[in-house]
Design a protein around this ligand. Structure first.
Ligand SMILES: [Zn+2]
Ligand SMILES: [Zn+2]
Length: 248
């Protein structure tokens, strides 16, 4: 059933299409009439992941990694994540990196939602294998959300959830502590920095499987802390999906 909010959002998207008919949302190239949202070269550049990745932490692994990676890779052997595994659209480089930076610096919620849809379109089989009951974005602290104007992970999660026909439950996770930017910190300091940063204000349905969504994963400590809060509130499994995996 279409909810009034979903209907309004669909109307909003129709309005954007009216304003920018037939133009790629990334490079602004004119689109042929049969194409929608992105030109084929941006679509390919955003969704082609030429590398194999670790099934546990989604780090890029070399082409000669013959050993079984079910237990993880050298980047994650020493990390105790609270999420079960990580799915990624690609690596944090090239056009995918450019688009993520645009999402962070402009009020790019329409673009973020369209990228979320594209992501789900491209990785639909892998995402469905998770058998998630709900999609939950990593929240921003209200102060950062206020200065940026929106939460890019929420817009991505909405796009993913719409395509996968799953509920998007942003209210299941709150950021209760504003934390300094993780990028300036060493990995062990990142874990301390995010400890206790999330709360679940509602009771999560027991044993629910959650697809947790973020734009970029670097060490995984923020997402792991968020996953821990969801598990403590009753969730059965948390699988993380990130637009891009960075190797910081
Ligand atoms: Zn384009
Ligand atoms: Zn790994």
């Amino acid at each position: 059933m279409t909810t009034p909010i979903a209907l309004l959002r669909e109307l909003g998207r129709g309005f954007v299409r009216l304003l920018y008919p037939g133009v790629c949302h990334v490079c602004a190239a004119p689109l042929p009439p049969e194409q929608d949202r992105f030109c084929s070269s941006c679509r390919d550049a955003l969704t082609t992941d030429p590398f194999s990745s670790c099934p546990r932490c989604a780090a890029t692994i070399g082409p000669f990694a013959f050993a079984t990676l079910a237990e993880g890779c050298p980047r994650c052997w020493h990390s105790a994540f609270r999420f079960e595994r990580v799915l990624r659209l690609g690596s944090y480089e090239g056009l995918l990196r450019d688009v993520i930076l645009r999402l962070k610096h402009l009020s790019g919620d329409v673009l973020a939602e369209l990228v979320g849809e594209l992501w789900a379109e491209r990785a639909e089989a892998k995402l469905r294998e998770v058998r998630a009951d709900a999609v939950v974005p990593i929240p921003l602290h209200w102060r950062r959300r206020w200065s940026r104007g929106y939460n890019q992970s929420l817009a991505l999660a909405r796009g993913l959830a719409a395509r996968l026909r799953l509920p998007c439950r942003a209210g299941w996770l709150r950021r209760v502590r504003s934390t300094p930017m993780q990028t300036a910190l060493a990995p062990s300091a990142r874990r301390d920095n995010v400890r206790g940063a999330f709360r679940t204000p509602v009771k999560v349905p027991q044993t629910a499987t959650i697809l947790l969504v973020d734009d970029v994963m670097t060490t995984g400590s923020t997402a792991s802390e968020a996953a821990g809060a969801l598990l403590a509130a009753g969730a059965g499994r948390v699988v993380l999906s990130v637009l891009a995996r960075a190797h910081g």
